[in-house]
Design a protein around this ligand. Structure first.
Ligand code: ADP
Length: 636
């Protein structure tokens, strides 16, 4: 099918990603049928090799940033948070339970164990976790050091024995965090998430009962009480975050402060690796942050999951994860350009004689492959696939699809003129550069339709119209082939349309009679950062031209940068101290309860904000109907 985007799943999973993408009109990569690099998204549960990042093509995305192991492996996380605490103080970095990495830290652990035993009247408990296992495997809890046994590298952590309970059951929160970019740091947290319950009542006199002390679904779904009604928890072992919000309303607490503290944990944790992660603009990563709340409503970070489970075990999973995956795909900001790239790529494979006949300068596959192998050599400026306008109209099958031979013929007709040297340049820049140019036109997506969830985003109004009519006239693009409909889309989501300057990708039809104005020479990478802010403001750049990432993408709320100062602090060299000051300042206001005042005033229809930050506003992630930060504090 023409113009479909192609996804590639490692090891055939996760099934949910496949389902979501197929529903959106994508095609699955098939090794036998496609060339090695003929895909738009490669999704892996495990990490990619360095070479895979270096060989990324402009229209390709990966679901992991390089080198994020610094927070996703338990020992690395402990080390990095310890370093941040030592450098920036424990005022903010106080959200991780005291942790030691064994065997290396055994002496330090012993000293702390003895100190606490002597100093405290009450018991102290410890939890032991293998550093590179997940899903509760190999975990145990102990009070007396004689019960400490380990035969691999483990972290040993203060056990939070005063966790907040619901009907006597322990729980933790699975927070979904999407890092759109590390350079500049751009973070989103999903409004939905999961609450994961233990399935037996919390009881410190039975430390061996994992159903009472661990909240992993992988463990609790096999527990004897999984299907039993468990007081307010109900059956099963999961709630959605929405249900948890209802619970919070019944508690007399500063709810905004709790959400903000969780938000801080996410930012502060990411800051620990932000400067060491190489820049790769075409990566977008979903992390699962596990947060435990104690009886004083203080949130603690337990761990960060590299590939949070996307399996559907229960109704809560279904209502949360499907939308989540869809929003992650939206975050990747695929554009029409990406599918054009795909077709450009595919064409090279077919070696159509007419292609060669029509375009003497176009290399045959063998030449192209040879040149692909030699990427980085700038000597050749061979132009490939110059655009040809032809009167040939493709034959359609009964189902309205183009016949393969016609498709192939059409690929060559609608390809933008791309120079190999430009492609090479693009490949180099994809690792090093961030976004390019932003237009402010707000137009619907003419290719994917009004209801499309995928941001077309890349084309300005004029050139897009030309492109669409050109492709339609040439029979090379049919709506049915590229539609990504989702009937559950909300109005706000529909408005989510970013724009990037790829107008130069549009064929230069001075040669082909159509009025395309941009020359091929100004070809640029698609900018995956520039989606249009939803609901908030049409403003997309600050006065001095800094790009402002959208405040919301689907149900993802931008949590960093959250104001002008943090935007500035993250633009070039990440200025961590300034970021910490801003976090402290925002949290300080919430501690004083100012956020509460604001929340009620929100309904009073506050007049237009004259503050300097009006062109850069953020939502306070967490509560239902998250308020604008500017409206939170301005009246206090
Ligand atoms: P895994 O990667 O194996 O899931 P976690 O660190 O998430 O490892 O721990 C598994 C579960 O153990 C958590 O979901 C939580 O219920 C419990 N847990 C982990 N660390 C602590 C802690 N320090 N205090 C209390 N409970 C903890």
């Amino acid at each position: 099918m023409a113009a479909s985007l192609v996804f590639r799943l490692h090891d055939r999973g996760p099934e949910l990603v496949r389902e979501v993408l197929l529903e959106r009109g994508w095609e699955e990569y098939n090794e036998g049928e496609r060339e090695e690099e003929d895909w738009n998204l490669y999704w892996r549960g495990s990490s990619f090799q360095t070479s895979q990042y270096h060989n990324l093509l402009p229209w390709q995305r990966l679901n992991h940033h390089p080198k994020t192991v610094g927070i996703t492996r338990k020992d690395c996380l402990a080390r990095n948070l310890r370093r941040m605490k030592a450098t920036f103080g424990s005022a903010l970095y106080d959200f991780s339970p005291t942790t030691f990495i064994l065997p290396n830290d055994y002496t330090c652990f012993l000293a702390e164990y003895n100190r606490l035993r002597l100093a405290r009247g009450t018991s102290v408990y410890w939890i032991v976790k293998p550093v590179d296992l997940s899903r509760g495997r190999g975990i145990f809890i102990f009070e007396d050091i004689k019960d400490l046994v380990y035969d691999c590298s483990v972290v040993i952590q203060r056990y939070i024995s005063s966790s907040l309970l619901i009907s006597g059951y322990k729980f933790d929160l699975r927070i979904y965090v999407c890092v759109k970019s590390f350079h500049p740091l751009t973070v989103y947290i999903h409004q939905e998430g999961l609450v994961r319950f233990a399935t037996e009542k919390f009881n410190l006199s039975s430390l061996h009962n994992l159903y009472a002390h661990l909240t992993n679904t992988s463990i609790n779904k096999f527990g004897p009480f999984y299907k039993t009604e468990k007081g307010r928890v109900g059956r099963g072992c999961k709630w959605t975050m929405s249900k948890f919000r209802h619970f919070l309303h019944s508690q007399q607490i500063n709810e905004l402060l709790l959400w903000q503290r969780i938000n801080n944990i996410v930012t502060l944790t990411l800051l620990a690796i932000a400067t060491s992660v190489p820049s790769c603009p075409n990566c977008v990563e979903l992390f699962g942050f596990d947060i435990l709340i104690d009886a004083k409503f203080k949130p603690w970070l337990l761990e960060v999951n590299y590939s949070p489970a996307l399996t559907l075990d229960c109704q809560a999973d279904i209502s949360v994860k499907k939308k989540l995956v869809s929003d992650v795909i939206d975050m990747m900001n695929y554009t029409l350009t990406d599918s054009l790239r795909d077709r450009a790529y595919r064409k090279h494979r077919y070696k159509q004689p007419c292609f060669k006949a029509n375009h003497p300068s176009a290399p045959v596959l063998s030449t192209l492959n040879h040149q692909k192998k030699k990427r980085g050599n700038n000597s050749s400026h061979t132009q490939i696939l110059p655009l040809l306008k032809t009167s040939h109209q493709p034959e359609k099958t009964k189902r309205g699809k183009l016949k393969q031979r016609d498709l192939e013929a059409n690929y060559q007709r609608c390809l933008p003129p791309v120079e190999l040297s430009k492609m090479r340049e693009a490949r180099c820049r994809i690792i090093n550069t961030s976004a390019i140019k932003v237009h402010t036109n707000q137009t619907p997506n003419p290719i994917l339709g009004q209801d499309s969830r995928t941001n077309e985003s890349a084309l300005n109004r004029q050139s897009r119209q030309h492109l669409v009519s050109y492709l339609m006239n040439n029979g090379s693009l049919y709506r049915s082939d590229v539609t990504n409909h989702d009937n559950t889309e909300t109005e706000a989501e529909r408005q989510c349309s970013g724009e990037t300057d790829v107008s130069s990708l549009i064929p230069d039809t001075q040669e082909s009679e159509e009025a395309f104005t941009r020359p091929a020479a100004s070809w640029k990478l698609p900018n995956i950062y520039s989606t249009k802010p939803v609901r908030i403001t049409a403003e997309k750049t600050t006065g001095n031209g800094q790009h402002i990432p959208p405040v919301k993408v689907g149900d993802f709320i931008r949590t960093f940068p959250f104001n002008r100062a943090t935007l500035k602090a993250s633009q070039h060299e990440l200025d961590i101290r300034t970021v910490l000051q801003e976090i402290q300042s925002l949290t300080g206001q919430l501690v004083l309860g100012k956020g509460h005042k604001m929340k009620s005033r929100r309904e009073e229809k506050v007049t237009a904000d004259k503050d300097a930050d009006t062109d850069f506003d953020s939502l306070l992630w967490g509560p239902k109907d998250p308020p604008l930060i500017s409206q939170c504090f301005k009246s206090t």
